[in-house]
Design a protein around this ligand. Structure first.
Ligand code: AMP
Length: 211
């Protein structure tokens, strides 16, 4: 199953992708996570990407597309993948259709204000990447329930200017993906205001997988 998951910042793409990845045993590929990993390890790609990610700007297409193309060559994607954060514009959309055509496109629908509200309380485990928020608080503040790792805020969630810029870009760019996937007949709208578990059930139904 080649799946793309879309939605405004804070709509739960990361959380749902992780749940779907476990359930469907296909990898969750988040371009944002790939950049953060490269930034943490201070690779050449990471150093270049950071100049964009820190201010909420999009990393140039050529860099992102090459990174995704290389990731999609890995054998663990043979039976499918869940792409989160890609494609983000028409060029990336065309590149993905050329590389690995999408069979399911999930749109997590949430209003901007709720999404921003969620970002302000979102923390991520430094070790395993699990995401916590108001609808899934950790049992012990600052510590991951699953692996005991340290929970931190994302750099770009701390900066109000970067959040506004990311939202603006999202609304500018999303339309082409929605129109294309709708035309292709693979787009599914999922209301994303509920609990992670209830949204997960809706995602499974949309994919035709038993709940
Ligand atoms: P995300 O975790 O998806 O919010 O992504 C964090 C940051 O990584 C974004 O604000 C961009 O700077 C960069 N990024 C992630 N995915 C893409 C993409 N598909 N195209 C360009 N930049 C991206």
């Amino acid at each position: 199953m080649n799946i793309v998951i879309m939605g405004v910042q804070g709509s739960g793409k990361g959380t749902q992708s992780r749940l779907l990845s476990k359930r469907l045993t296909i990898p969750h590929i988040s371009t944002g996570d790939l950049f953060r990993e490269n930034i943490k390890n201070q690779t050449a790609l990471g150093k270049e990407a950071q100049t964009y990610t820190d201010r909420g700007a999009l990393v140039p297409d050529v860099i992102v597309i090459n990174m995704v193309r290389d990731r999609l060559k890995a054998p663990d994607t043979a039976i499918g993948f869940i792409l989160d954060g890609f494609p983000r514009n028409g060029v990336q959309l065309a590149a993905l259709e050329f590389l690995r055509p999408v069979e399911h496109a999930i749109l997590l629908e949430l209003d901007d204000a709720t999404g921003i509200g969620r970002l302000s309380v979102r923390t991520v485990c430094l070790r395993c990447g699990v995401i916590y928020g108001s609808n899934r608080p950790p049992k012990v503040a600052g510590i991951c329930d699953e692996c005991g790792g340290l929970l931190v805020e994302r750099n770009d969630d701390k900066d109000r200017g970067a959040i506004t810029k990311r939202l603006e870009l999202y609304h500018q760019e999303i339309d082409i993906m929605l129109r294309y996937y709708e035309w292709k007949g693979v787009l599914r709208h999922i209301p994303a205001g509920g609990t992670p578990e209830s949204i997960f059930s809706l995602c499974l139904q949309a994919l035709g997988v038993s709940v």
